[in-house]
Design a protein around this ligand. Structure first.
Ligand code: NOJ
Length: 533
């Protein structure tokens, strides 16, 4: 039988920035409960909650102090139980963010069970993802612990069986409560090369990505926990090839259902460094998406995403957030949602929310951004050379408060928001979602079509116009149905041959019936042939 999550659409909520009900300027669980009808109206099936656990917030909750209690600013466990019950009452599933590569250094284990962490007498040259060395000296243990992320996020020692058992018990506790699965944070980093060798250019990735015991750990987790529940699991996995992805997601391997890969998010940078900006070459994006579509067809499963809480807003990134914001937001949605895999929508994407451009580093909150800024400044790089990279790639682009209305603070809070609201909110907000031609209603159509047309879930993928620098077009096909998706990624008109079939969806109002297909700026046109015609 087909797995339910193959036809599902996931909506990601970043609780800190979603909806504040108690006026402290920080989103909370009651805010999410209040907005469940909104998510249901969109048509999503599953909510992925970024971490809501007790945390000192060095990395906004990705540094967990206690896996079994709720962050005070977000509410209480009763609030969580109500959120879960209310979500289920609307037919929405809810999955938790599971951060088990590391904890907070304020987790009690860090003092009571130091053997749960990774210690060395001397650091090696690995660099942290948040700048500087990946090792910190601890006065109590008189040794160095590994932290691939911030100093306050020590990596767990997965070689320790007792530690793994404790994590499995915790996971069962959440599943027994009724949550519907997990998004697993950097889960392909849990197995490190035990030799901890010096790395070329300080880049430790080859020594901890997809490490020696990763499949043993995931199979054990599946056997002990996951396989006992009807849930969905998605692993966040930087640095994975299609071969890795097949190994992780092939059903018979009994590991995870799907993974988040990153190659398509690294095409507008150089030298593996996200802050080194490069213009996207559409041909590279097409070739990359094609590779993944083919690689996991009938062998594993793809997740499809443009946005999350770590990525800049897609309409500002691969689209046009000025004159053609509405057209390009819809075009990007269509381009992604007709592919094979489970689509993820990040809060505000369905409104075409854009990147933000704060003047000074003081207005940014993200630890990755701030550390990078300090490091570059210390090397003598002037602020005006650093800020453009932050405007283009900084994670706070995704984290500005959700824009609910044109009321003060975009209707997100009655207090002072923890991160400034994007000044675009009077124009871009959820209160306008039912206006004719809204991006929101276009996303509703994308979701509806996925439910209706089997070809979107199961069809083959064929790339068209491979060498065209501005057109991304592809076919999806089963025995009974065929869909052709044509997307113009430029602000110029483009002419291509008109595909067969009936026009199923378009992001422009008037569509002319001509022998050729004349695509206007950022236009998308989707054609269908089959029984639903
Ligand atoms: C990936 C998460 O998505 C990101 O937000 C976080 O900073 C790191 N993992 C560390 O947990």
């Amino acid at each position: 039988m087909e797995k339910w999550w193959k036809r599902a659409v996931v909506y990601q909520v970043y609780p800190r920035s979603f909806m504040d009900t108690d006026g402290d300027g920080i989103g909370d669980l009651n805010g999410i409960t209040e907005k469940l009808d909104y998510i249901a109206e969109l048509g999503a099936d599953v909510i992925w909650l970024s971490p809501v656990y007790d945390s000192p917030n060095d990395d906004n909750g990705y540094d967990i102090r206690d896996y079994q209690s709720i962050m005070t600013e977000f509410g209480t466990m009763e609030d969580f139980d109500r959120l879960l019950a209310e979500a289920h009452a609307r037919g929405l599933k809810l999955i938790m963010d599971l951060v088990i590569n590391h904890t907070s250094d304020e987790h009690e284990w860090f003092r009571t069970k130091p053997e749960y962490y990774i210690w060395r007498d001397k650091p090696n040259n690995w660099q942290s993802f948040f700048s500087g060395t990946a090792w910190a000296y601890d006065e109590v243990q008189k040794g160095y612990y590994l932290h691939l992320f911030s100093k306050k996020q020590p990596d767990l020692n997965w070689e320790n069986e007792e530690m793994r058992e404790e994590l499995y018990t915790m996971m069962r506790w959440w599943l027994d409560k009724g949550v519907d699965g997990f998004r697993m944070d950097v889960i392909n980093m849990i197995s490190k090369d035990p030799a901890f060798p010096e790395a070329k250019d300080g880049d430790g990735n080859p020594h901890f990505l997809n490490g020696p015991e990763i499949h043993r750990y995931l199979r054990e987790m599946n056997d002990r926990v996951l396989s006992h529940y009807d849930i969905v699991t998605v692993g966040e996995m930087p640095g994975t090839s299609p071969e890795h992805a097949r190994a992780y997601t092939r059903e018979e391997n009994k590991e995870l259902n799907m993974i988040f890969t990153f190659e398509h998010m690294e095409l507008d940078q150089t030298a593996r460094e996200k802050w080194n900006l490069k213009k996207l070459d559409l041909r590279e994006l097409k070739a990359n998406m094609e590779k993944w579509q083919h690689a996991l067809h009938e062998e594993g499963w793809n997740s499809l995403y443009w946005n999350n809480h770590d990525q800049p807003r897609i309409v500002s990134r691969f689209g046009n957030d000025g004159e053609y914001r509405v057209e390009s937001a819809k075009m990007l949605g269509a381009c992604l949602h007709f592919m094979q895999g489970t689509p993820y929508i990040y809060q505000g994407e369905e409104l075409g929310m854009t990147n933000v451009k704060f003047d000074s580093i003081e207005e940014y909150e993200d630890i990755e951004t701030r550390n990078m800024y300090s490091e570059k400044l210390a090397k003598g790089i002037p602020p005006e050379k650093i800020m453009p990279a932050i405007w283009a790639k900084g994670r706070d682009n995704a984290r500005t408060p959700m824009q609910w209305s044109n009321e003060p603070n975009a209707g997100f809070t009655k207090g002072t928001p923890w991160l400034k609201v994007n000044p675009s909110y009077p124009k871009i907000n959820a209160a306008c979602r039912n206006e004719e031609g809204s991006i929101f209603s276009f996303y509703q159509s994308l979701i509806r079509l996925r439910k209706k047309l089997e070809v979107i879930t199961n069809g083959t993928f064929t790339l068209l116009h491979r060498e065209h620098p501005a057109i991304f077009a592809y076919e999806r096909e089963t025995k009974a149905e065929k869909i052709t998706v044509c997307c113009n990624f430029s602000n110029q008109h483009q002419l291509i041959a008109r595909p067969n079939g009936k026009l199923l969806l378009s992001n422009y109002k008037e569509v002319e019936e001509q022998p050729d297909l004349f695509l206007r700026p950022y236009e998308t046109a989707v054609f269908y042939s089959g029984p639903a015609e």
